[in-house]
Design a protein around this ligand. Structure first.
Ligand code: ZN
Ligand code: ZN
Length: 325
């Protein structure tokens, strides 16, 4: 059915526009974008239908800053309706072919999990879960590096700037960070032989859990459940401005899907609080930036300053980030 809608959308809207604009050379890319965009609409609809009622039911805090929330909606639309993914796709198709060639030259032919473990051949759900686990492990370490390396924190802190966290906040990232994430996830998926058809489903799972974990909802999965799947409470602790005076925040709960990784590597916290979120010291709209463009610009400036620390490291606005705790 999705295929039918895709074809209909493409034939009635996209294709005529492409012809009208004389961009026939891009017809294949346009079809890919139609697929991305439709997939994005489905994702946003699912996420909204699941998370919004929870936010209305048990909000952590009142929705005081409408402008900040609207900016996060823009981030989500750009990311999920395929504007950014399409850009990456065009960028990554040659890159992934190059990476594939590199692997094959080195004698490594990516194999799917059921080629490694034939017993898993008839168990698509188990295979899917293993892929999710491995990708989440990779994401856990990417996220730790985002907090551990100054230049990376300069970019990632844009995600943490949000003081009014909602279901829309998951996609609030610097474009350079989006690019790195797409490359990181894409490379790992390629290494472990995720089938092209399975990858969008994995992306959907990550998107759903991550949007929920940013929701402004006083939701936890219980003592046991919070240790199985990342809950809004678990991820909010990661976004906390400070745990207690003098105690560094954002040094815990890095996992996107499975708290297992935080528990294994000693970064899990289950304090059960729904703390205020944000980056210490960045309180004004000037420091955080109003609107997508301003935030991207500020983020890029912080990134450059972190790369050239001699010109003044980003200390005063919460730029220093350590995994100390
Ligand atoms: Zn973070
Ligand atoms: Zn987050």
């Amino acid at each position: 059915m999705i295929g039918d809608i895709e074809a209909w959308l493409f034939e009635t809207l996209v294709q005529p526009a492409i012809f009208e604009l004389g961009l026939m050379a891009y017809i294949e890319d346009a079809f890919t974008w139609t697929q991305f965009a439709l997939w994005g609409v489905i994702q946003i609809a699912v996420i909204y239908l699941v998370c919004r009622p929870l936010e209305a039911w048990r909000p952590v805090e009142p929705r005081a800053d409408g402008a900040a929330i609207r900016t996060d909606v823009i981030y989500t639309l750009l990311q999920r309706l395929g504007v950014l993914p399409l850009l990456f796709f065009v960028l990554f198709t040659p890159l992934s072919a190059w990476f594939d060639g590199l692997l094959r030259d080195a004698g490594y032919v990516p194999r799917t999990i059921d080629q490694w473990v034939p017993a898993l051949a008839g168990m698509p759900l188990v295979t899917f879960l293993i892929y999710a686990l491995v990708l989440d492990f990779a994401e856990y370490w990417r996220h730790r590096l985002q907090h551990g390396l100054n230049w990376w924190w300069a970019l990632h802190s844009l995600h943490h700037d949000q003081r009014q966290m909602t279901l829309w906040s998951d996609n609030r990232n610097h474009v350079l960070d989006d690019v790195t994430q797409a490359m990181w996830m894409g490379a790992v998926a390629q290494l472990i032989g995720v089938e092209p058809g399975t990858f969008p489903l994995l992306v959907l799972l990550f998107g759903l859990v991550e949007s929920l974990s940013h929701a402004n909802a006083r939701i936890a999965f219980g003592r046991f459940g919070d240790r199985i799947l990342v809950s809004p409470r678990f991820h909010r602790e990661h976004h906390a401005i400070a745990f207690r005076p003098g105690e560094p925040a954002r040094a815990c709960n890095f996992a996107a899907l499975f708290p297992l990784w935080d528990m294994l590597f000693g970064t899990a916290r289950f304090d059960g609080r729904f703390a205020a979120t944000g980056v210490e010291g960045r309180t004004t709209p000037e420091a955080i930036g109003r609107g997508w463009l301003m935030q991207q610009w500020l983020g890029f400036g912080r990134f450059l300053r972190a790369l050239v620390p001699a010109r003044g490291a980003d200390r005063t606005e919460g730029g220093r980030q350590h995994e100390g705790a």
